[in-house]
Design a protein around this ligand. Structure first.
Ligand SMILES: [Zn+2]
Length: 431
């Protein structure tokens, strides 16, 4: 399999299976319900893990939870820890609904502080970091190849955070921040109480679960600089090879703008799943290549819904038959996890009636609920027929009551036109 790597700007090959593959994904900073843009790297990571596992790799996926961060302190002054705990639960609850399983490890920054302190001690001892008024800064000038990942010129770097008056150089970034009176969490360290900076959290969590070098680091394109550039600089300064391939997913745009909590331009994952269900959202994500921006619009969701309906209808009355042949799907996914091409193949399988391959392919992407086959019961068919008659007689009160009864039986009734042009119905079992 080949994957596009930000650092070399080329497709890079994975070793042939079976091999161990370690993946680290930057997870959410927890202070609100996650938005659909945050869900994109989560979904891509789990699709990649599921695909590699299907190909015989032994995959370890680590996706962290950033529960110590400036944004959380700002969102809940004096009560950041309680907010982070609640928001971590929301994140797990919302992403569980996607039905893709979970990463193998989901470390919290707040539970990795001893490893972070040990890393900082090593960086100070080796001259890569220095203390300043209780803060610790990483000295960027000591890092080789700084700026290589993001393509920044080292002399033009602006970190955009930290107190410049405490730094030897404005390019330096914080590894540790001294405790402040309005912050409710802090830890004891050899240089005084405080809490870790964001970048060192990820370097420590990646090393803790994947070791000093691993295969794939994944995250949103907006994290390339400064977050990933700084993760890489620290880890290299520690003598770690760190990630071999850097996958950066394209940003999700709402109304043409980047979706971000800080600008209020958001749609929460929970709301979208409530309204459309996991299958529609996953098909929408499949429609865009992971490395490209993706526009989140009513039209693109409607298109995904039509596709979900099409696949579901295909399986409604017939169970998958025959033997799946996934080789064409593997050939597509081996080339940079090309999900739009995979989706096109699913449509081809559907039109050819290859139900076994289609069912297996959908299952790989967590879309197995679309392949549920269940003949409607006699009772349900009778209710649906009565509802059709009520609608024909324009008795919409009775029609609504019958729809509610079908709902209790576990069916969604859809009004369709049969091939002769007459009003008819379709019963869709709820998954
Ligand atoms: Zn990170």
């Amino acid at each position: 399999m080949r994957l596009y790597d930000t650092q070399t700007r080329k497709l890079q090959s994975l070793p042939a299976p079976p091999a161990r593959i370690g993946i680290y994904t930057c997870g959410p900073t927890v202070y609100q319900r996650i938005h659909v843009g945050n869900a994109r790297p989560y979904v891509i990571s789990l699709w990649l893990k599921r695909y590699l596992a299907a190909r015989g790799y032994e995959v370890t996926l680590v996706e962290n939870v950033t529960d110590v961060n400036d944004k959380i302190y700002a969102a809940a002054p004096g009560a950041s820890a309680a907010l982070a705990r609640a928001a971590t639960d929301w994140y797990v609850e919302d992403t569980n609904r996607l039905g893709l399983g979970r990463p193998d490890f989901e470390p919290l920054a707040s539970e990795t502080v001893s490893e972070i302190i040990a890393m900082i001690e090593t960086l100070i001892a080796s001259g890569h970091a220095y203390t300043s008024n209780g803060d610790i800064y990483f000295a960027v000038s000591t890092a080789g190849a700084y700026g290589q990942l993001s393509g920044q010129r080292p002399d033009e770097v602006e970190q955009g955070e930290g107190d410049d008056t405490l730094k030897r150089d404005a390019k330096d970034f914080a590894l540790w921040k001294a405790a402040k009176p309005d912050e409710d969490t802090s830890w004891e360290a050899p240089w005084g109480r405080g809490r870790p900076g964001w970048h060192i959290e990820c370097s420590a969590m990646a090393a803790k679960f994947l070791g000093p070098s691993f295969d794939i680091h994944l995250g949103g394109l907006d994290l390339v600089f400064p977050h990933h550039e700084n993760e890489l600089a620290q880890s290299r300064a520690l003598g770690h090879d760190f990630a071999r391939i850097w996958m950066h997913n394209g940003i999700m745009r709402l109304g043409g703008e980047k979706m971000a909590k800080s600008t209020g331009n958001i749609a929460t994952l929970r709301d979208i799943l409530d309204e459309h269900g996991a299958e529609v959202f996953l098909l929408f994500l499949m429609s865009g290549h992971w490395s490209k921006p993706l526009d989140f619009t009513a039209g693109s969701l409607a298109q995904a819904r039509a596709q979900a309906d099409g696949f579901r209808d295909f399986f409604l009355t017939k169970a998958p038959q025959g033997t799946a042949d996934l080789e064409p799907l593997y050939a597509i996914l081996d080339e940079d996890l090309n999900t739009p091409a995979a989706l096109a193949l699913f449509h081809e399988w559907r039109s050819r009636g290859d139900s076994a391959s289609l069912a297996a392919g959908l299952e790989l992407f967590g879309l197995g609920a679309l392949t549920v086959t269940r003949e409607a019961s006699k009772e349900a068919l009778a209710l649906a027929e009565a509802r059709r008659a009520a609608r024909a007689a324009k008795d919409f009160v009775a029609a609504d009551r019958l729809r509610a009864e079908l709902d209790v039986l576990g069916y969604e009734v859809r009004d369709v036109t049969d091939p002769s042009g007459q009003p008819s119905f379709q019963l869709v079992p709820r998954s």
